[in-house]
Ligand binder design. Structure first.
Ligand code: NAD
Length: 289
């Protein structure tokens, strides 16, 4: 299939490479010459503009930093340049209102489009093991699946337009909340005189079990190996968690949902990132307790 790939950063670079490995002809564009250089080495043909990249495409995949950029790339350069019948897949994590708006604009311009944000970080993008949460009609989802599978461990139809972004924001808000709770429980166990490793052995098999405790233990030397054992380097950056929490707060406002724990988690990560810790893994919140 002829696929245009726009946004070849930490995530998009590996994703585009996996489409090439699967035998697709990938025309790619990014503003950064470094990113396009790496993509060329992986077998993508590099275009000088977005319009040129999408001109002949059967599918257009975008992996961009935020909603404003996604809107401007599609409205200014993709609509009108991509052939009629091309399918658009936005895999970026963006706010729900913009995600829905861009799909509506695509439909008005005569194209099918899905929101398809991912779970999994850079290693999963490179390894082709991302989980895609797809919002769109049944027919759009079936078309999207063929494009996404070479990059995926799982491709899940979340529901209608925007449902992918809803799944992503709810999942990451929950992740932030149980990470903070896990950090608090480990710190409290230690301060109250219980060996944290013993607490881990008990709670990871009791009702406190959760991914943050069982699989990503945020205390150095305790439980599962995680970025905590490497000075909180690598992993999922606190700045990216804050971005996702802010999207969840915007989504809660759009939909009128009450999210008191989500609001609290957002304030905690805001303070942490503002104190200069944005690059540290999100489990490093443990160090503040
Ligand atoms: P990144 O900053 O590494 O990459 C974004 C790329 O987009 C950059 O190479 C940039 O040059 C390019 N870009 C920006 N504006 C552009 C434009 N107008 N035209 C073409 N290219 C443009 O970011 P990333 O880590 O790859 O994240 C991409 C998306 O994936 C974000 O929405 C992020 O929230 C989401 N995400 C990231 C992770 C992660 O672990 N990094 C995990 C899940 C989801």
């Amino acid at each position: 299939m002829k696929i245009a790939f726009i946004g070849l950063g930490n995530m998009g670079g590996g994703m585009a490479a996996n489409l090439v490995k699967d035998g697709h002809a990938v025309t790619a564009f990014d503003l950064s010459p470094e990113a396009t250089g790496k993509a060329a080495e992986q077998g993508c043909s590099i275009s000088a503009t977005v319009s040129e990249a999408v001109a002949d495409a059967e599918a257009v995949v975008t992996m961009l930093p935020n909603g404003a950029i996604v809107r401007s790339v599609y409205t200014a350069e993709v609509f009108g340049s991509a052939p009629k019948g091309a399918l658009f897949l936005d895999c970026s994590t963006i706010d729900l209102a913009t995600a829905r708006e861009v799909v509506e604009l695509a439909q008005a311009a005569g194209y099918e489009m899905v929101d398809a944000p991912v779970s999994g970080g850079i290693a999963a993008a490179n390894g082709g093991t991302l989980t895609f949460m797809v919002g769109g009609s049944e027919t759009a989802f079936e078309r999207a699946r063929a494009v996404l599978e070479p990059m995926a461990k799982a491709v899940i139809h979340a529901g209608e337009t925007g449902a992918g972004q809803v799944a992503k924001m709810c999942n990451n808000m929950l992740l932030a909340i149980h990470m903070i709770g896990t950090c608090e429980a480990l710190a409290l166990a230690e301060k109250a005189g219980l060996d944290p490793q013993t607490f881990y052995e008990i709670s990871s098999k009791a009702t406190g079990y959760c991914w943050s405790l069982n699989d990503y233990t945020p205390m150095p030397g305790v439980g599962a190996t995680s970025p905590a054992d490497n000075g909180y380097a690598g992993g999922f950056a606190s700045a990216l968690m804050l971005k996702d929490l802010r999207l969840a707060m915007a989504g809660a406002e759009t939909s009128g949902a009450a999210v008191p724990m989500g609001e609290h988690a957002t304030r905690i990560y805001e303070a942490f990132v503002e104190a200069g810790n944005g690059g540290k893994d999100f489990g490093a919140i443990f160090t503040t307790l």
